[in-house]
Ligand binder design. Structure first.
Ligand code: BMA
Length: 327
């Protein structure tokens, strides 16, 4: 279908065409993983990490885990979105109030450009997991804001523009452990400090792949058919949770209204690097690059909580399939 995407052109998006004979909606980069094991000394993995276009190149905020298995956030840069260099020091978030910058752990970052500022949201340890928020303009200095919500919450994902004059965020209220439940909610804020008008958007699904919980992935993409949302869905198997990727469309001006949602997952753990790692069976999407004129999307996802991988799809095809599935 002819889809209009409201995002800048990104002609240097990492891209490979769908391989011949492949009829899947999403296909993997053939040299995955893009960030392999031991990407820095004494770092066991970089995964579940967010990438954005930055000054003609790419930058990102990366979940880095050391030998103590504690997650922290690091900056990375790349000319092509494939080969990355990382700052070995974790991000030093700044705020005059030490209560705000009090650091326990930080993981699963998303980066969302809004009006020329890059907003980082992540799962921030503050007496349990909640949503940390920070801004940067240069990927050097990061100013930390108030946590968006009370604990316990994960998967805080900003929309790339204000909606009805307010900042808008998706999140997934949770517990302190490996949460056995989870729906996606919408909240808005006039100032990035006070969040309210919380609305339920969508629950876990009837289909087994998303039958335990769901959580928003990369920042939603604005299209003429609504906000395109990639999310993770979780099944509880006899070997534990398995994470797959799904897709949904949210109403443009009332994004708490679900327009349609695919019944099938569009990527599930099958490749060796998704099945073998510190947590086998995890595909966890967090970053998405988009070339609006061609509809090309490059999605970064964490694989097996160990490495970072890349997959591709066509936005028009995905939206067509979501609309065909219905609400
Ligand atoms: C979730 C988060 C993710 C992780 C996933 C699978 O609760 O901790 O970072 O990828 O579990 O272990």
């Amino acid at each position: 279908m002819k889809l209009t995407i409201k995002a800048p052109a990104l002609p240097n998006i990492p891209w490979q065409p769908r391989p011949a004979g492949n009829e899947d909606l999403v296909w993997r980069y053939d040299a995955n993983p893009v960030i392999g094991r031991r990407p820095l000394p004494r770092v066991t993995g970089i995964y579940n990490s967010a990438v954005v276009p930055f000054k003609g190149r790419f930058a990102g905020v990366f979940r880095t885990e050391g030998m103590d298995r504690m997650p922290h956030l690091h900056v990375g840069h790349s000319a092509d979105g494939i080969n990355w260099t990382f700052n070995p020091k974790r991000i030093d978030f700044v705020n005059k109030d030490p209560e705000i910058t009090r650091h326990e752990y930080a993981y699963d970052p998303r980066v969302t450009p809004i009006d020329g500022t890059y907003y980082v949201t992540w799962c921030n340890g503050y007496h349990g997991p909640t949503i940390g928020v920070a801004t940067t303009k240069d990927f050097k200095k990061f100013h930390q804001l108030e946590n968006a919500f009370l604990p316990y919450n994960r998967n805080g994902v900003l929309f790339p523009r204000k909606i009805n004059g307010k900042f808008a965020m998706l999140s997934r209220p949770s517990d302190t452990g490996h949460t056995p439940f989870g729906d996606i909610f919408y909240s808005e804020s006039p100032d990035m400090t006070y969040w309210g008008r919380h609305r339920h958007i969508m629950s876990k699904g009837d289909e087994w792949w998303q039958g335990t919980k769901i959580g928003a992935g990369p920042s939603p993409i604005e299209t003429n058919e609504g906000w395109l949302l990639f999310y993770h869905g979780v099944i509880n198997t006899c070997n534990g949770f398995v994470y797959s990727m799904g897709a949904a469309l949210l109403d443009l001006e009332k994004p708490w209204m679900l327009r349609a949602r695919m019944k099938e997952s569009i990527l599930t753990a099958e490749a060796p690097y998704e099945l073998a790692g510190l947590v086998p069976g995890v595909c966890f999407p967090v970053g998405c690059l988009c070339d609006a004129p061609t509809g090309r999307l490059a999605i970064y996802y964490g694989a097996a909580d160990t490495v970072s991988a890349l997959c591709f799809c066509d936005a028009g095809e995905i939206v067509e399939n979501i609309l065909a599935a219905g609400a």
